[in-house]
Design a binder for this molecule. Structure first.
Ligand code: WTA
Length: 567
């Protein structure tokens, strides 16, 4: 039996107080995510249970119990306090996926400061834009990344402290720098956790919009309520699970479900800090006996590309449950995972702004491969008419996804940008900026970003649909589909593809793929052009950035591409 039991039963009389009760929280109480993820778990007799199993390059390994996490987060909080960091100040985490990142996150929250996680792969420009917008007071980083901070230091008078977690004394510390060794510091047994309330600011995540600078998404401690319950019901975590969330905490998935969700439930999680390779991932699952695996479509497609023979070399029988987030999960990938892992990847849909899962598939519920599933209980969702913003009461008709505001983890505003925040609402619905349709059984099907849908001769074509179909072609490894300007039809479909090894990128192949799509979908959806690429532009979280290709096609400014990979 899964944690959620029956989805239909859960919908009846659902109330977020279910989570409040389980967490022992009452309206008006103090609520602090840092405390909930460490002290409270220890109080339940799980102090000696493993909280984190970490593996880095060269097989380096570290393990921390919940008591270790409690002590170390106390120690970090106390260190920051001694530096003079005040409640509400932003403290940036700028590190690889090392234990200090995960535990430091809790420490910042215990102090009542705001955690601002950023991808360590960001260059100095990307870093500066985000630190500047947040007027960040302190940054916790590693030696290997500090040069990027030093480079922009002059421009950041508000940044008072640069904390190095791996300082080895070989070179003198520079201006504003201070060393802190989490494991070797004298551990603080008792730290008075900040009396944060439901609406106290907790996390500031930066997300790239379609235009302009990245926006800071403001979250509060009350987000725990939905992060806890979605983790329990969708990721279906149980006491003896070994959970692996592959996301970097520089991205919301890596905090909501890579720290807060699992640890508030007292679950053991493991982290692999070595980058991606199919072989190392399978090895990790085998070695750690991972039972629950939360990953992303691009990774899954890369695994598909690596082939099934590789899988046969590993014992992956520990896997009990799989889920995915971040971009459309193609039906192909779901069917493939059922075949090779004997479990389907359950698609979950949400975004930085929503803070927790919104539309998802549930253990035990019928899976329709390619669908995002149904609204999480407590979430009122719909599809809205693009002009009137009224719910469309017709199944199968595309429109804008809309959510009734007010779930616990919803962003409270864009940092210092209330105006843009207000633009996210129409007719009392929150608009995530995506299009979908709902089928006869109430399942949601993703069409595309609001700005990516292709209008060809008055017909809307979903890039996702074409991409999915392309992936079904034997030669195609990855695909991105964008609109291309056209005199007659206004827009036509253009596809960028990478081919699997052994296939030749020539005109003959282009014709074959075009015909494949024409037959599979329609002449309208058939790409008028296929451009071969060695790789497709992706965000740090692995999402293919159609926007970059779209801009290229239309000769437009690309905008903020700071989340792109370097390669
Ligand atoms: C897209 C990710 C299709 C969508 C946690 C959304 C998805 C944006 C899915 C948010 C999915 C996320 N199917 N599209 N299952 N999940 N998206 O803020 O466009 O990085 O609005 O948060 O990714 O991306 P973000």
């Amino acid at each position: 039996m899964s944690n959620i039991g029956s989805y239909e039963e859960r919908l009846k009389n659902f109330d977020w107080s279910i989570a409040e009760k389980e967490l022992g929280y009452k309206d008006g109480d103090n609520i602090n995510i840092g405390w909930y993820c460490s002290d409270r778990i220890c109080q339940f007799g799980k102090a000696d249970k493993l909280a984190l199993i970490w593996e880095g390059l060269g097989g380096k390994e570290k393990q921390y119990t919940f008591n270790d996490v409690r002590l170390r987060s106390n120690t970090i909080a106390s260190f920051l306090k001694d530096l003079g960091i005040q409640t509400g100040e932003r403290v940036c985490l700028f590190m690889d996926k090392i234990p200090e990142l995960y535990i430091g996150f809790l420490g910042i929250l215990k102090l009542g400061a705001v955690a601002q996680p950023l991808f360590s792969a960001f260059g100095d420009e990307s870093l500066h834009v985000r630190l500047d917008n947040a007027e960040t007071t302190a940054i916790i980083t590693q030696r290997k990344h500090v040069s990027k901070v030093r480079k922009i230091l002059e421009k950041m008078p508000y940044l008072k402290h640069i904390i190095l977690v791996d300082y080895d004394g070989s070179k003198p510390l520079r201006e504003r720098e201070i060393a802190f060794n989490m494991d070797e510091a004298e551990q603080v047994e008792n730290f008075v956790v900040a009396p944060t309330k439901a609406e106290s600011h907790s996390v500031l995540h930066y997300t790239s919009g379609t235009t302009g600078q990245p926006k800071g998404v403001k979250h509060v401690h009350y987000s725990l309520i939905s992060q806890y319950l979605t983790t329990k019901w969708v990721l279906d975590l149980r006491d003896d699970d070994i959970y692996w969330c592959t996301a970097d905490p520089g991205w919301v998935t890596g905090t909501s479900y890579g720290i807060i969700g699992p640890w508030s439930l007292g679950i053991t999680q493991c982290v692999l800090d070595t980058g991606f390779s199919a072989e190392s991932w399978y090895k990790f699952i085998e070695k750690r006996k991972v039972t629950m695996w939360y990953s992303a479509p691009t990774a899954i497609r890369s695994l598909m590309k690596a082939g099934e023979d590789l899988i046969k070399q590993f014992d992956l029988s520990s896997l009990r449950h799989l889920a995915s987030v971040g971009e459309p999960l193609n039906a192909e990938a779901v069917i493939w995972s059922e075949k090779v892992f004997k479990k389907p990847f359950l698609d979950t849909y949400w975004q930085t702004e929503t803070g927790s899962m919104m539309l998802t598939n549930y253990p035990g519920m019928k899976i329709k491969p390619g669908s995002m599933g149904k609204p999480f209980p407590g979430i009122t969702a719909t599809v809205l008419d693009t002009k009137t913003y009224e719910p469309i009461n017709e199944t199968g008709k595309p429109g804008l996804i809309g959510f009734k505001p007010g779930w616990p983890a919803m962003m409270r505003t864009y940092w210092r940008n209330e105006e843009t925040y207000q633009k996210k609402f129409e007719n009392n619905w929150y608009l995530p900026g995506d299009r979908a349709y709902i089928d006869n059984d109430g399942y949601y099907w993703f069409i595309g970003r609001d700005d990516d849908v292709i209008n060809t001769g008055g017909h809307l074509v979903s890039p996702f649909e074409v991409e999915s179909a392309l992936l079904e072609h034997e030669a195609v490894a990855e695909s991105a589909v964008v609109a291309k300007p056209d005199d007659v039809n206004m827009e036509v479909v253009k596809a960028f593809v990478t081919l699997k090894p052994g296939f030749i990128a020539d005109d003959d192949m282009e014709l074959k793929i075009m015909n494949f799509i024409r037959k599979k979908l329609s002449p309208l959806a058939m790409p008028q052009e296929i451009e071969y690429r060695d790789s497709l532009p992706k965000t740090r979280s692995g999402k293919i950035m159609r926007r970059v290709l779209h801009a290229e096609e239309w000769g437009e400014e690309i905008g903020d591409i700071s989340t792109l990979e370097d390669d």
